[in-house]
Design a protein around this ligand. Structure first.
Ligand SMILES: NC(=O)c1ccc[n+]([C@@H]2O[C@H](COP(=O)([O-])OP(=O)(O)OC[C@H]3O[C@@H](n4cnc5c(N)ncnc54)[C@H](O)[C@@H]3O)[C@@H](O)[C@H]2O)c1
Length: 339
Protein backbone atom coordinates (compact mmCIF):
# COMPACT_ATOMS: atom_id res chain seq x y z
CA UNK A 1 0.00 0.00 0.00
CA UNK A 2 1.34 3.47 -0.86
CA UNK A 3 1.94 5.74 2.06
CA UNK A 4 -0.71 8.39 2.63
CA UNK A 5 0.12 12.09 2.74
CA UNK A 6 -0.46 13.38 6.27
CA UNK A 7 -2.12 16.80 6.19
CA UNK A 8 -2.81 19.25 9.02
CA UNK A 9 -5.55 21.88 8.79
CA UNK A 10 -5.10 25.38 10.19
CA UNK A 11 -8.44 27.10 10.82
CA UNK A 12 -11.52 25.13 11.79
CA UNK A 13 -14.21 27.59 10.73
CA UNK A 14 -16.77 27.28 7.93
CA UNK A 15 -14.31 26.32 5.20
CA UNK A 16 -11.80 24.49 7.39
CA UNK A 17 -14.55 22.16 8.60
CA UNK A 18 -15.55 21.37 5.04
CA UNK A 19 -11.95 20.65 4.01
CA UNK A 20 -11.47 18.50 7.12
CA UNK A 21 -14.39 16.32 6.25
CA UNK A 22 -13.27 15.98 2.64
CA UNK A 23 -9.72 15.13 3.70
CA UNK A 24 -10.82 12.59 6.27
CA UNK A 25 -13.55 10.96 4.23
CA UNK A 26 -13.15 11.61 0.50
CA UNK A 27 -9.45 11.80 -0.38
CA UNK A 28 -8.08 8.27 -0.02
CA UNK A 29 -4.47 9.28 -0.69
CA UNK A 30 -4.52 11.70 2.26
CA UNK A 31 -4.70 11.26 5.98
CA UNK A 32 -6.06 14.01 8.19
CA UNK A 33 -3.41 14.33 10.89
CA UNK A 34 -4.34 17.36 13.00
CA UNK A 35 -6.55 20.43 13.16
CA UNK A 36 -5.48 23.74 14.70
CA UNK A 37 -7.70 26.64 15.63
CA UNK A 38 -6.93 29.49 18.00
CA UNK A 39 -10.42 29.26 19.46
CA UNK A 40 -10.23 26.64 22.13
CA UNK A 41 -12.49 23.70 21.46
CA UNK A 42 -13.48 24.52 17.88
CA UNK A 43 -11.16 21.88 16.41
CA UNK A 44 -12.00 19.17 18.95
CA UNK A 45 -14.96 17.55 17.21
CA UNK A 46 -13.09 17.55 13.90
CA UNK A 47 -10.30 15.59 15.54
CA UNK A 48 -12.89 12.89 16.22
CA UNK A 49 -13.48 12.45 12.47
CA UNK A 50 -10.75 9.84 12.16
CA UNK A 51 -8.59 7.87 14.57
CA UNK A 52 -5.30 9.48 15.58
CA UNK A 53 -6.25 13.04 14.58
CA UNK A 54 -5.35 15.61 17.22
CA UNK A 55 -6.65 19.12 17.89
CA UNK A 56 -4.40 22.02 18.78
CA UNK A 57 -4.85 25.67 19.69
CA UNK A 58 -1.49 26.52 18.11
CA UNK A 59 -0.67 25.95 14.42
CA UNK A 60 3.03 25.77 15.33
CA UNK A 61 2.41 22.34 16.84
CA UNK A 62 1.47 21.13 13.35
CA UNK A 63 4.46 22.83 11.75
CA UNK A 64 6.78 21.14 14.23
CA UNK A 65 5.23 17.70 13.67
CA UNK A 66 7.66 15.77 11.46
CA UNK A 67 4.93 13.31 10.39
CA UNK A 68 2.90 16.08 8.74
CA UNK A 69 3.88 16.67 5.11
CA UNK A 70 1.47 19.49 4.25
CA UNK A 71 -0.84 22.02 5.81
CA UNK A 72 -4.12 23.40 4.53
CA UNK A 73 -4.67 27.02 5.55
CA UNK A 74 -8.32 27.98 6.05
CA UNK A 75 -7.90 30.90 8.43
CA UNK A 76 -9.08 34.50 7.82
CA UNK A 77 -7.61 36.16 4.73
CA UNK A 78 -5.37 38.57 6.68
CA UNK A 79 -3.39 35.62 8.12
CA UNK A 80 -2.69 33.77 4.85
CA UNK A 81 0.59 35.33 3.73
CA UNK A 82 2.22 34.99 7.16
CA UNK A 83 1.07 31.40 7.60
CA UNK A 84 2.22 30.38 4.10
CA UNK A 85 5.64 31.84 4.92
CA UNK A 86 5.83 30.09 8.28
CA UNK A 87 4.69 26.77 6.83
CA UNK A 88 7.22 26.95 3.99
CA UNK A 89 9.99 27.80 6.45
CA UNK A 90 8.98 24.66 8.36
CA UNK A 91 9.38 22.72 5.06
CA UNK A 92 5.65 21.91 4.79
CA UNK A 93 3.83 21.86 1.47
CA UNK A 94 0.93 24.30 1.52
CA UNK A 95 -2.62 24.45 0.27
CA UNK A 96 -3.85 27.98 1.02
CA UNK A 97 -7.40 29.23 0.68
CA UNK A 98 -7.85 32.33 -1.46
CA UNK A 99 -6.64 35.05 -1.46
CA UNK A 100 -2.90 34.37 -1.17
CA UNK A 101 -2.43 37.67 0.71
CA UNK A 102 -4.01 41.06 1.21
CA UNK A 103 -1.19 42.96 -0.51
CA UNK A 104 1.51 42.26 -3.07
CA UNK A 105 4.38 42.62 -0.62
CA UNK A 106 2.84 39.90 1.55
CA UNK A 107 2.26 37.73 -1.51
CA UNK A 108 5.82 38.19 -2.73
CA UNK A 109 7.31 37.37 0.67
CA UNK A 110 5.17 34.21 0.84
CA UNK A 111 6.15 33.16 -2.69
CA UNK A 112 9.83 33.81 -1.94
CA UNK A 113 9.63 31.58 1.17
CA UNK A 114 7.92 28.84 -0.85
CA UNK A 115 10.59 29.04 -3.57
CA UNK A 116 13.45 29.07 -1.03
CA UNK A 117 12.06 26.00 0.75
CA UNK A 118 11.30 24.15 -2.49
CA UNK A 119 7.83 23.20 -1.23
CA UNK A 120 4.63 23.12 -3.27
CA UNK A 121 1.91 25.74 -2.94
CA UNK A 122 -1.64 25.53 -4.28
CA UNK A 123 -4.26 28.27 -3.96
CA UNK A 124 -7.91 27.40 -3.28
CA UNK A 125 -9.46 28.54 -6.54
CA UNK A 126 -11.76 25.52 -6.72
CA UNK A 127 -13.60 26.72 -9.85
CA UNK A 128 -10.59 25.46 -11.83
CA UNK A 129 -11.56 21.94 -10.72
CA UNK A 130 -15.26 22.26 -11.53
CA UNK A 131 -16.11 20.03 -14.52
CA UNK A 132 -18.02 22.81 -16.33
CA UNK A 133 -15.22 25.39 -15.95
CA UNK A 134 -12.69 22.77 -17.06
CA UNK A 135 -14.71 21.84 -20.15
CA UNK A 136 -15.14 25.52 -21.03
CA UNK A 137 -11.37 25.99 -20.72
CA UNK A 138 -10.76 22.95 -22.93
CA UNK A 139 -13.11 24.28 -25.63
CA UNK A 140 -11.48 27.73 -25.58
CA UNK A 141 -7.92 26.36 -25.51
CA UNK A 142 -8.72 24.05 -28.44
CA UNK A 143 -9.75 27.13 -30.44
CA UNK A 144 -13.33 25.92 -30.87
CA UNK A 145 -14.73 29.39 -30.15
CA UNK A 146 -12.09 31.17 -32.23
CA UNK A 147 -10.66 34.34 -30.72
CA UNK A 148 -12.27 35.31 -27.41
CA UNK A 149 -14.05 38.66 -27.66
CA UNK A 150 -16.21 39.11 -24.57
CA UNK A 151 -16.29 37.43 -21.15
CA UNK A 152 -18.72 37.87 -18.31
CA UNK A 153 -18.49 36.41 -14.84
CA UNK A 154 -20.82 36.70 -11.87
CA UNK A 155 -20.60 35.84 -8.19
CA UNK A 156 -23.47 36.61 -5.85
CA UNK A 157 -23.56 35.47 -2.25
CA UNK A 158 -26.90 34.79 -0.57
CA UNK A 159 -26.12 37.22 2.26
CA UNK A 160 -23.13 39.23 3.45
CA UNK A 161 -20.69 37.65 5.91
CA UNK A 162 -20.30 39.11 9.41
CA UNK A 163 -18.87 42.61 9.81
CA UNK A 164 -15.80 41.10 11.50
CA UNK A 165 -15.23 38.73 8.57
CA UNK A 166 -15.62 41.63 6.11
CA UNK A 167 -13.02 43.69 7.97
CA UNK A 168 -10.37 40.93 8.01
CA UNK A 169 -11.06 39.59 4.55
CA UNK A 170 -10.08 42.55 2.41
CA UNK A 171 -13.77 43.02 1.53
CA UNK A 172 -15.68 42.15 -1.63
CA UNK A 173 -12.73 42.80 -3.97
CA UNK A 174 -10.19 40.50 -2.31
CA UNK A 175 -12.62 37.95 -0.93
CA UNK A 176 -15.19 37.52 -3.74
CA UNK A 177 -14.10 39.27 -6.95
CA UNK A 178 -10.74 37.47 -6.73
CA UNK A 179 -12.52 34.21 -7.69
CA UNK A 180 -14.02 35.79 -10.84
CA UNK A 181 -10.69 37.31 -11.81
CA UNK A 182 -8.96 33.97 -11.51
CA UNK A 183 -11.75 32.31 -13.53
CA UNK A 184 -11.34 34.84 -16.35
CA UNK A 185 -7.56 34.33 -16.49
CA UNK A 186 -8.08 30.54 -16.37
CA UNK A 187 -10.85 30.38 -18.99
CA UNK A 188 -9.22 32.69 -21.51
CA UNK A 189 -5.55 31.95 -20.85
CA UNK A 190 -5.03 35.71 -21.35
CA UNK A 191 -3.46 38.43 -19.24
CA UNK A 192 -5.40 41.55 -18.19
CA UNK A 193 -3.88 44.91 -19.08
CA UNK A 194 -6.45 47.32 -17.60
CA UNK A 195 -8.94 47.23 -14.73
CA UNK A 196 -11.85 49.53 -13.98
CA UNK A 197 -14.30 49.07 -11.16
CA UNK A 198 -17.38 50.86 -9.82
CA UNK A 199 -18.69 49.81 -6.43
CA UNK A 200 -21.49 50.72 -4.06
CA UNK A 201 -22.61 50.14 -0.49
CA UNK A 202 -26.32 49.46 -0.75
CA UNK A 203 -27.17 47.23 2.21
CA UNK A 204 -24.15 46.44 4.44
CA UNK A 205 -24.91 47.80 7.89
CA UNK A 206 -22.22 50.40 8.75
CA UNK A 207 -20.56 49.55 5.42
CA UNK A 208 -20.35 53.18 4.31
CA UNK A 209 -18.76 54.27 7.60
CA UNK A 210 -16.18 51.51 7.35
CA UNK A 211 -15.53 51.89 3.60
CA UNK A 212 -16.87 48.41 2.81
CA UNK A 213 -18.76 47.80 -0.44
CA UNK A 214 -21.39 45.13 -1.17
CA UNK A 215 -22.05 45.56 -4.89
CA UNK A 216 -19.57 46.05 -7.75
CA UNK A 217 -19.03 45.97 -11.47
CA UNK A 218 -15.49 45.41 -12.71
CA UNK A 219 -14.32 45.54 -16.29
CA UNK A 220 -11.06 44.20 -17.66
CA UNK A 221 -9.30 44.85 -20.94
CA UNK A 222 -7.41 41.69 -21.87
CA UNK A 223 -4.08 41.61 -23.71
CA UNK A 224 -5.71 40.81 -27.07
CA UNK A 225 -8.14 43.74 -26.75
CA UNK A 226 -11.01 41.45 -25.66
CA UNK A 227 -13.19 42.74 -22.83
CA UNK A 228 -14.46 41.13 -19.64
CA UNK A 229 -17.03 42.22 -17.10
CA UNK A 230 -17.66 40.93 -13.60
CA UNK A 231 -20.73 41.64 -11.51
CA UNK A 232 -20.60 40.93 -7.78
CA UNK A 233 -23.16 41.24 -5.04
CA UNK A 234 -23.07 40.08 -1.44
CA UNK A 235 -26.84 39.64 -1.44
CA UNK A 236 -29.03 37.48 -3.63
CA UNK A 237 -32.45 36.66 -2.16
CA UNK A 238 -32.61 33.31 -4.01
CA UNK A 239 -29.23 31.86 -2.97
CA UNK A 240 -25.67 31.48 -4.24
CA UNK A 241 -24.98 32.28 -7.88
CA UNK A 242 -21.83 31.75 -9.85
CA UNK A 243 -21.50 31.73 -13.61
CA UNK A 244 -19.43 32.73 -16.61
CA UNK A 245 -19.95 33.25 -20.31
CA UNK A 246 -17.23 33.44 -22.93
CA UNK A 247 -18.12 34.73 -26.40
CA UNK A 248 -15.81 34.14 -29.34
CA UNK A 249 -16.01 34.57 -33.10
CA UNK A 250 -17.55 31.08 -33.58
CA UNK A 251 -19.94 30.93 -30.64
CA UNK A 252 -19.99 30.97 -26.88
CA UNK A 253 -19.76 28.76 -23.80
CA UNK A 254 -21.86 29.35 -20.71
CA UNK A 255 -20.91 27.94 -17.31
CA UNK A 256 -23.73 28.09 -14.86
CA UNK A 257 -25.35 25.61 -12.57
CA UNK A 258 -27.91 26.98 -10.24
CA UNK A 259 -29.88 23.94 -9.23
CA UNK A 260 -29.11 21.67 -6.33
CA UNK A 261 -31.28 18.82 -7.58
CA UNK A 262 -33.36 18.07 -10.65
CA UNK A 263 -36.64 18.49 -8.79
CA UNK A 264 -39.36 20.62 -10.36
CA UNK A 265 -42.52 21.51 -8.51
CA UNK A 266 -45.69 22.10 -10.53
CA UNK A 267 -48.65 23.89 -8.91
CA UNK A 268 -51.31 26.50 -9.42
CA UNK A 269 -48.68 29.25 -9.12
CA UNK A 270 -46.56 27.79 -11.91
CA UNK A 271 -43.40 25.69 -11.98
CA UNK A 272 -40.51 26.10 -9.54
CA UNK A 273 -37.09 24.51 -9.04
CA UNK A 274 -34.62 24.62 -6.17
CA UNK A 275 -31.42 26.71 -6.11
CA UNK A 276 -27.98 26.25 -4.56
CA UNK A 277 -27.55 28.19 -1.34
CA UNK A 278 -23.87 27.75 -0.47
CA UNK A 279 -20.56 27.58 -2.30
CA UNK A 280 -20.03 24.19 -0.69
CA UNK A 281 -23.20 22.94 -2.45
CA UNK A 282 -22.36 24.37 -5.87
CA UNK A 283 -18.71 23.30 -5.73
CA UNK A 284 -19.12 20.14 -3.63
CA UNK A 285 -17.09 17.98 -6.02
CA UNK A 286 -14.60 20.70 -6.97
CA UNK A 287 -13.67 21.13 -3.29
CA UNK A 288 -12.82 17.42 -3.15
CA UNK A 289 -11.01 17.40 -6.51
CA UNK A 290 -8.76 20.35 -5.68
CA UNK A 291 -7.49 18.65 -2.51
CA UNK A 292 -7.17 15.25 -4.18
CA UNK A 293 -5.14 16.89 -6.96
CA UNK A 294 -2.92 18.75 -4.48
CA UNK A 295 -2.20 15.49 -2.65
CA UNK A 296 -1.47 13.80 -5.97
CA UNK A 297 1.07 16.56 -6.74
CA UNK A 298 2.85 15.72 -3.49
CA UNK A 299 2.88 12.02 -4.34
CA UNK A 300 3.98 12.39 -7.95
CA UNK A 301 6.15 15.50 -7.72
CA UNK A 302 4.22 17.40 -10.41
CA UNK A 303 3.34 21.07 -9.96
CA UNK A 304 -0.10 22.15 -8.65
CA UNK A 305 -2.64 23.25 -11.25
CA UNK A 306 -3.29 26.50 -9.37
CA UNK A 307 0.07 27.97 -8.49
CA UNK A 308 1.13 30.68 -6.08
CA UNK A 309 1.75 32.86 -9.14
CA UNK A 310 -1.90 32.34 -10.17
CA UNK A 311 -2.84 33.47 -6.66
CA UNK A 312 -0.68 36.56 -7.06
CA UNK A 313 -2.07 37.41 -10.51
CA UNK A 314 -5.70 37.40 -9.30
CA UNK A 315 -4.72 39.32 -6.16
CA UNK A 316 -2.97 42.01 -8.22
CA UNK A 317 -6.13 42.56 -10.31
CA UNK A 318 -8.38 42.55 -7.21
CA UNK A 319 -6.19 45.20 -5.55
CA UNK A 320 -6.31 47.32 -8.71
CA UNK A 321 -10.10 46.94 -8.84
CA UNK A 322 -10.35 48.23 -5.25
CA UNK A 323 -8.05 51.15 -6.06
CA UNK A 324 -9.89 51.89 -9.31
CA UNK A 325 -13.23 52.05 -7.56
CA UNK A 326 -11.96 54.47 -4.93
CA UNK A 327 -10.15 56.64 -7.51
CA UNK A 328 -12.94 56.41 -10.10
CA UNK A 329 -10.61 55.69 -13.04
CA UNK A 330 -9.28 52.73 -15.03
CA UNK A 331 -5.83 51.50 -14.02
CA UNK A 332 -3.13 49.80 -16.08
CA UNK A 333 -1.82 46.41 -14.93
CA UNK A 334 1.94 46.31 -14.61
CA UNK A 335 3.45 42.99 -15.66
CA UNK A 336 5.14 41.23 -12.74
CA UNK A 337 8.75 42.31 -12.35
CA UNK A 338 8.22 45.83 -13.75
CA UNK A 339 8.97 48.54 -11.24
N1 LIG B 1 -12.85 28.81 -1.92
C1 LIG B 1 -14.01 29.28 -1.53
O1 LIG B 1 -14.98 29.34 -2.27
C2 LIG B 1 -14.15 29.77 -0.11
C3 LIG B 1 -15.41 29.87 0.49
C4 LIG B 1 -15.46 30.32 1.80
C5 LIG B 1 -14.31 30.70 2.48
N2 LIG B 1 -13.11 30.59 1.84
C6 LIG B 1 -11.85 31.00 2.50
O2 LIG B 1 -11.63 30.15 3.63
C7 LIG B 1 -10.98 30.89 4.65
C8 LIG B 1 -11.75 30.75 5.94
O3 LIG B 1 -13.03 31.28 5.77
P1 LIG B 1 -14.21 30.83 6.74
O4 LIG B 1 -15.45 31.29 6.11
O5 LIG B 1 -14.04 29.41 7.09
O6 LIG B 1 -13.90 31.75 8.02
P2 LIG B 1 -14.29 31.46 9.51
O7 LIG B 1 -14.20 32.77 10.20
O8 LIG B 1 -15.54 30.66 9.60
O9 LIG B 1 -13.11 30.50 10.05
C9 LIG B 1 -11.80 30.92 10.28
C10 LIG B 1 -11.25 30.10 11.45
O10 LIG B 1 -9.86 30.34 11.57
C11 LIG B 1 -9.55 30.42 12.97
N3 LIG B 1 -8.27 31.14 13.09
C12 LIG B 1 -8.03 32.46 12.97
N4 LIG B 1 -6.69 32.69 13.06
C13 LIG B 1 -6.10 31.49 13.26
C14 LIG B 1 -4.75 31.07 13.44
N5 LIG B 1 -3.73 31.94 13.42
N6 LIG B 1 -4.51 29.75 13.64
C15 LIG B 1 -5.51 28.85 13.67
N7 LIG B 1 -6.83 29.20 13.49
C16 LIG B 1 -7.11 30.49 13.28
C17 LIG B 1 -10.74 31.12 13.59
O11 LIG B 1 -10.82 30.87 14.98
C18 LIG B 1 -11.90 30.47 12.80
O12 LIG B 1 -12.36 29.29 13.43
C19 LIG B 1 -10.90 32.33 4.16
O13 LIG B 1 -9.61 32.54 3.65
C20 LIG B 1 -11.91 32.40 3.04
O14 LIG B 1 -11.50 33.32 2.04
C21 LIG B 1 -13.01 30.13 0.58
Amino acid sequence: MTEKVRVGIIGAGRMGRHHCQNLALRVPAAELAAVADIEAGSADWLAALAPGVYASADHRQLLEDPTIAAVLIATPNDTHAGLVREAAEAAKHVFCEKPLALDLDGADAALAAVAAAGVKLQIGFQRRFDPAYREARRIIEAGELGAVELVSSTTRDPSPPSAEYMRNSGGLFLDTLVHDLDSILFLTGLRAVEVYSAAATLFLPDGRDEGLVDTAITTLRLETGALAVVTNSLRAAYGYEVGAEVLGEKGKVVVGQERLTEIRRYGTEGVSTDHVVKATDRFREAFVSEIADFVDCLLTGREPQVSGEDGRAALQLALLAAQSSSEGRPLAVRPWGWS
